[in-house]
Write a protein that binds this ligand. Sequence first.
Ligand SMILES: [Mg+2]
Length: 369
Amino acid sequence: MIVSGLEVRACSASRSAEAEALRGQAGGARHDFLVYTIRTECGRSASMFGFAGASARGSAHIAASLAPLLKGRSVHDREALWRDFRQRDRMWGHFPVYVWGPIDTCLWLLAADAAGLPLYRYIGAARHAIPTYVSSMFLETADDYVAEAEAVRKQGFAAYKLHPPGRSVEADLEIHAAVRKAVGDDFPLMSDPVAFMTLPDALRYGRGLERLGFKWFEEPMADENIPALTELTRQLDIPVVGTETIAKHPYSLADIVARNVVDVIRADVSWTGGVTGVLKSAHLAEAFAMNCEIHTAIFHPLELVNLHLCAAIGNCTWFELLGPVEDFDFGLKGGLPIENGVATLPDTPGLGRELDWDLVDNSTLEVMG
Ligand SMILES: [Mg+2]
């Protein structure tokens, strides 16, 4: 199967008022997205959503500039293309971290589809169902977090992760304590401040989470803050989790994993180089007896690829979804295969779901390629 073309659409989905209100806190235009399509000379195609960063049109133009790298190449030459992209990136391309993931994913989907296998079984299945947890957005009050955590628990999800508002260590810990009190001691809770704390603050925060029986403490400071993270991980008992924003997986993770800068790494299909990138990072961690917890890819078509990856690696506990789940439930016909908090893997070839092309067509701002 030889690639004949790459099309990239810049898209902007219609937004609910509530989602619009969260945009600033969510850190960007989270309902703007791209749709990549790779076509082959034999008439096959595969499509996948992509992250749009600060500009859907800008990101789409950069993505479409990679068409000459792909045209005329076999969809099975994924490692050669990975190497060539890496070279192009170094030789003054300096691409956004999210540009290669959907391209690599489309190549994998074409190959899995042609083989007649679901993606995760084409990679190599480790399991067929994954417990799922819901991560909050940045909410206002303790009551907001308590209400969401209780709803998530009642719906059968395996755990709940707070993205706390970040007002102060003490104020955040009060919110965590309120949620712990509401859901009881046995329901798994995690915390992901997405913050730039000092080491003393992060230590105080982490000790507070330990007292509340939290499962993990994620990104209390920037992923590249290696010396402080190393010391934090050394001093705390609660697992410290990070690396979702580190560029150039898996090479940039080698020292982080080998020296236990964090206890658990993060990777996802969108920001860390597609299926190939996640597999490389997850396998690197596995060799060091470390988990690679798959990080949300925000958009449900990409989340479904993440789900295939969760099922194809042995060192990931849970599948992550952003809440409110219905706010992000667009892009897939039939939605994600989750019931009572457990995600099951499709048994049809490739991705296992069609993209919602009506939504994509209605959201398209510009088509390139
Ligand atoms: Mg995170």
